[in-house]
Ligand binder design. Structure first.
Ligand SMILES: Nc1nc2c(ncn2[C@@H]2O[C@H](COP(=O)(O)OP(=O)(O)OP(=O)(O)O)[C@@H](O)[C@H]2O)c(=O)[nH]1
Ligand SMILES: [Mg+2]
Length: 462
């Protein structure tokens, strides 16, 4: 345990609320809070029971002015979030009470906590490893059940355990090499030694590859998938946005060119976070405002992870349709043929040859038929037909992904050395690099500036 200053911060979000919480942590948490707290019961700083709620008042320690009625709880380290002594004061919500309590604490020589400093202390005091600390941040910012679930799994230590066990296997391999090196003083290394090493290294590389592959799903769950609806005017783009959101967000009319500016909304599609964008219908136009909107549509889909291109079943495929299809050729695309309730005119053979038939989906937004299969198609397109990763060890963090890739690449180099039967002390270096980069993930070999960087992205009070 490192002896630290006592810090405090408002732990609840700003704004009007029922309660607000001020958290104090550090060796003098109780001593520095005590002058503010006037308990109703006859308790003292010495006989206070940890983890009991005490009702009382908070007064300014200098002016004795009443600040608020509160509930106070003391958690004695190491049985606390930071493993230090912690005091939490629950007062009335809204910004005034919490801020006045903070000010009063500052007069006692308590320092304002930096962003993420509580969690950083939990990490430095060994309560959480680095992946778990990062999971805390993911948990706070999770927008869908699925991202919440993965963050929770990471907090529970699933990823850390996997990384630890791979690290142990590497350590065992290094030890094995050490032994062989000692023996080889007298004679040349046996071929079996190399074969055994190659086999075990191959297995480790496979495990690493699997984790790295999960990062793709992980990224989607964390950041959401950017999806843009494009098409010529009046095909029903805004109707689709509304149908998926299940609210009348965008204006829908039978006038082509209704949507002038892009509309962006968050959507939770069966647990997958999406950023859904409705755009202005793409066409040649004299109208300046519409021209700008069309230009914006063209730019937007370039940045999209996924494009939903809409066609109108009641009209023939037009020059505009083909132009749009050309533009999105390289994108992950779902082509939606809307208005199937009307007399059909559009024939599939009017579409360019390279349009794959399994990209097509017919529906009618008027009677909402086919919306379910659309959602189905979207989810499977996002995960590219793979079964949804249900692995508990999922990588959702770019930093972890990069460290895993470094580890994999080093082991691959090691494998080349093994195949060439190079002296083992040459090969050991690669295994050491791989081990170190796995250590970075859980924070065992991590640099201090990286730790600072990671925690500085937390919010204050966490
Ligand atoms: N019959 C029928 N009409 C539809 C269907 N979907 C949308 N519409 C109608 O088509 C018209 C255009 O719909 P919008 O959603 O505004 O089309 P848009 O693509 O956003 O059009 P712009 O914003 O002008 O580019 C409206 O009158 C809708 O009610 C459908 O499945 N069947
Ligand atoms: Mg529209």
């Amino acid at each position: 345990m490192i002896k630290e200053e006592t810090i405090a911060a408002i732990a609840t979000a700003p704004g009007e609320a029922g309660i607000g919480i001020v958290r104090v942590s550090g060796p003098e948490a109780l001593r520095k809070t005590w002058p503010l707290f006037k308990p109703l019961k006859e308790i003292t700083e010495e006989n206070i029971i940890p983890k009991h709620m005490y009702y009382g008042k908070v007064v300014h320690p200098v002016t004795e002015e009443l600040i608020d009625e509160v509930m106070m709880v003391y958690m004695k380290g190491p049985q606390s979030y930071t493993r230090e002594d912690v005091v939490e004061i629950q007062c009335h919500g809204g910004s005034l009470s919490v801020r006045s309590i903070m000010k009063a604490l500052l007069t006692q020589g308590v320092r304002s906590a930096e962003p993420g400093e509580f969690t950083k202390r939990a990490f430095l005091n060994g309560r959480l490893d680095l992946t778990q600390a990062e999971a805390v941040m993911d948990l706070i910012s999770a927008r869908t059940e699925a991202s919440h679930r993965t963050a929770l799994d990471q907090l529970e230590g699933h990823l850390s355990r996997k990384v630890r066990s791979m690290r142990e296997e590497m350590l065992a391999l290094l030890a094995e090499m050490e032994v062989s090196i000692d023996f080889s003083e007298e004679e040349d290394l046996e071929v079996e030694t190399y074969e055994g090493l190659a086999f075990k290294t191959g297995r480790l590389i496979e495990q690493l590859e699997k984790l790295i592959a999960s990062a793709k799903t992980g990224k989607i769950l964390r950041e959401g998938i950017k999806t843009v609806i494009v098409g010529k005017p009046n095909v029903g783009k805004s109707s689709l946005l509304n149908a998926l959101l299940r609210e009348n967000r965008a204006i829908v009319t039978d006038v082509p060119g209704t949507t002038r500016d892009a509309i962006e909304e968050q959507l939770n599609l069966r647990g997958i976070p999406m950023v859904l964008m409705d755009t202005a219908g793409i066409r040649e136009t004299e109208d300046l405002v519409e021209q700008l909107g069309v230009e914006r549509s063209r730019q937007l889909f370039q940045k999209a992870d996924l494009v939903m291109m809409m066609l109108d079943a009641s009209t023939h495929v037009s020059k505009e349709d083909v132009e749009i299809l050309e533009m999105i050729k390289d994108k992950k695309t779902l082509i939606i043929i809307n208005k199937t309730d009307l007399t059909p005119k559009l024939a599939e053979n009017e579409l360019p040859l390279w349009v794959k038939r399994d990209q097509l989906l017919r529906l009618s937004l008027l009677d909402e038929s086919g919306l379910d299969s659309l959602e189905e198609a979207l989810t499977s397109l996002i995960f590219e037909g793979e079964k949804r990763a249900v692995e508990k060890e999922m990588v959702t963090n770019l930093r972890h992904q990069q460290a895993l890739e470094t580890a994999r690449d080093s082991l691959k180099e090691g494998l080349v050395g093994i195949e060439q039967q190079l002296p083992l002390d040459f090969i050991q270096v690669d295994y050491q690099t791989a081990m170190d980069s796995l250590g970075e993930i859980i924070g065992e070999t991590v640099r201090e500036d990286l730790v600072d960087y990671i925690f500085s992205h937390f919010c204050i009070g966490k």
